[in-house]
Design a protein around this ligand. Sequence first.
Ligand code: ARG
Ligand code: ASP
Length: 713
Amino acid sequence: MIKKTTAIFVFWLLGTGVYAQQIRMWVPSDTKDYYYLLQESGAKMQAPDLYDPQKASLNDAVVQFNGGCTAGLISDKGLLLTNHHCGYGAIQSHSTLEHNYVKDGFWAQRLEDELPNPGMYVTFVRAIYDVTGKALRGVTDDMDEASRQSQIDKNINKIKRDISIKPWQEILVKPAFYGNKYYAYVTETYKDVRLVGAPPSSIGKFGADTDNWMWPRHSGDFSLFRIYADRNNRPAEYSKDNVPYRPKKFFQVSTGGVAPRDLIIVYGFPGRTREYLPAFRVRQITERINPVRIGIREKALKVMEGFMRTNDTIKLKYTAQYARIANYWKKWKGENLGIRRSAALANKEYWEQLTEKELAKKDKADEYREVKTELENAFRDLEPVEIARNVFIEAGYLNNPWMQRAFDVYEFERNLQKGGAGAFSEGKEKLLSRLETSFQKGDRRVNKALFVAMTGVLKSEMPEGYLPAIWANNSVDDIAKKWDGSFLTDESKVKLLLEGDFENFEKALKNDSGYKMARALIDNFYGGINPEYHQRMEQIQTLMQKYVRLQMQAFPRMHFAPDANGTLRISFGRVQGYEPRDGVYYEPYSTLDGVIEKYIPGDYEFDLPQELLDIYQRKDFGKWEVNGTVPVNFLGTAHTTGGNSGSPVLNARGELVGLNFDRVWEGTMSDLYYDPAICRNIMVDMRYILFVVDKLGHARRLLNEMIIEKHQQ
Ligand code: ARG
Ligand code: ASP
C-alpha cells in the first residue's frame, strides 16, 4: 500500500522535473524504505542478505577505512580492497628512494612481507538500531536548546547502557535528519591493518589532477590491505603474533561484468551531504561561499604551479599538496556549474511550494512559512562570520605552510601555559620533528610566495571586523618583512630554539615578530570567529530540525533517507552514461585502449609502466579480456559522496563487480542536490583490478585467496 502510493507520487514528481527523493543513501536497517525499490530494480537477494544483525550478512564485509574511506573484504583471510588514494599515505610512508612503492608499486609475496601501519584502523558495523523514541524521550518543543541537549545526552547514555555488547565492541549513537531521528550502531574496530599490494601510481593515479572528477576516466585506483586479529579473531593492537582476520562474510568477485541498465549497489560510508537545505541556502552556498573558497585556492594553485612548472624538485615536493588543494577547488567549481545546469534552485523552490500546499491541508502552513523565514534570516546573519571562517581556514591555514607551522607552535605554547618547563622538555622533540618535516617537505621560495599571496587574501577578503589590527594596519610588504626573520621560516633557528632551554624559547615566542602576528590571527579565530560561527550554527540546527520535520509531516508516506553523516549506507542505481553538454553523450565504459590512447611518455600524470605497454603490445590480457581489451572504469547512477571512495560495488546477486572512487564533474552538486540526469559515480571494473594484480603484480597467491566467478547478471 505504502509502496504503491509512494511510487505514484514519486512518478508524478519526476514528471515535473522535481526530485523529492533526492537523497538515496539508505540506512541498511531501514529495509522497508528501500528494499522494494531494490527489488523493482532487479535485485536477486533478500533484504537479510544485505543486512542482518543476527547472522553473517554483507554489512559484515564492509568497513570504514581509517576514518575517511570505505573498504571491502574479499577473502576469508581478511584481505581488503580499497582505493589507491585511500591507501596513499600508507604506501608513501613505506617508500624510500631505493624502494619507491609510490612509483613502482608494491606486492607482498608472502604474509610475512605485509607491512604494518601504526595508527591505521578499520571499523565494522555489526548492528544498527533506530533509537529515536528513546533518544527523544522527555524532549519537548518548548525546551530551550541547553535543556533539550542535556535531556538527549542523558537518554543516549541510557541507550548505551541498555544495549548489550561484547567487550571488544562499541556503541555509537548519532542523530539523523537534524535530530529528528537517532540511530545506534554497534561497531568493532580492528587496529592491525597491513599493506598487501598497490599498483604503481602511474596506474593507481593515472590521469591525476587533470582527470580527477572527470569522465572518461582510466584509473586503476585500488590498493590491497589485510586485517590482522589476535588468536581469538578479536581486535588487537599490532603484534607480530597476530594472524589474518577470519571475516564473518566476504565478497565473492564476479568477472561477468555489468551491462548498461544493470543494477549496481554501492555499500559504504558516505561522509556528508546537505540535501534538505532550502533553496535560499543553496543559493548562498553557491553564490557567496563557494566563490570565496574557489578564488583563494585558485591563487594558491597558481603560485605553486608557477614554481612546479620550471623546477622538478619543487614539483615532486608539492605534487601531493597541489593535488589535495586542487581536489576540492575543482569539486566546488563543478558544484556551482551543476546547480545551475540542473535548475536546482527552481526545483527546490517548487518543492517548497508543494510542501507548503500539503501543510496547508494540515493547518501547518503558517508554521512552515515562519520557520522558513527565520531560517533565511539566520543564514543571512551567518554569512559574514561564515566567510570570515572560510577565509581564515583557507588563507590562514590550508594554503599557507608558514601559518601551519605557527599552528603547531601555538598548540605547543598552550601546553606550556599549563605544563611549563616540564611540558617543554616533554613535547619539544615531537614539535621539532613536525617542523623539520615541514621544512623538508617544502621550499622556502614557494612557501614565502604562498604566504604573500595568502596575506593579500586575508587583507582583501576578510569581512569587516574579523581581521586583527596588526594584520589590517600593516601592508603586505611590511608583514612579509616581519616574517622574513621569524624562526617559523628558518630551520636552523627552530633547531636552535628547540634544542635550547625553556626560558630562551619563551622569550623567542614573545619577541618573534612573525609568530606574534600568527598568534594574533589564531587567537582571533579561536576567541572570535569560531565561537560566533558555532553559536549561530546551533541556532540554525534547531531551525533545520523543525524545517525537516515539517517536510516529513507534509509527505508522511514518502520514504526519506537521511543526509550522509559518515555512517554505513546502501546506495543503488544503474550502469548508465550521460550527456555532459548539449550534443555530447558519454558512454558508461572505458577500456585499456583508452588508457593507451592517453599515454604521454615521461608525463607526471599520463605516463605508464613499460610492463603495461608490453602487455598491451602482446595483447596478453589472460582471462580478464573482454572483446579484445580489458574493461577499466564505468559509470553508474548511485548517489555517493566523499567517504564512498573504496566502496564495494555489487551486482544484482550481491557479487563484487567494481570499486567506487569518484564522481563526474558536472554532477558534483549531488551533495546539495542529486539530479539523476547528470550525477554519476565512477567505479573501477573488477576485471581491471584482477588484471593488474595478475599481470603486473604477479600475485597469484592473492588471486587464489579470492572466490572469483564468471556470472552474468
Ligand atoms: N576526487 C576523488 C575524491 O574526492 C579523488 C581524490 C583523490 N585524488 C586527488 N587528486 N586528490 O576523493
Ligand atoms: N573521491 C571521493 C572519496 O575519496 C568520492 C567522491 O567524492 O565521490 O571519497
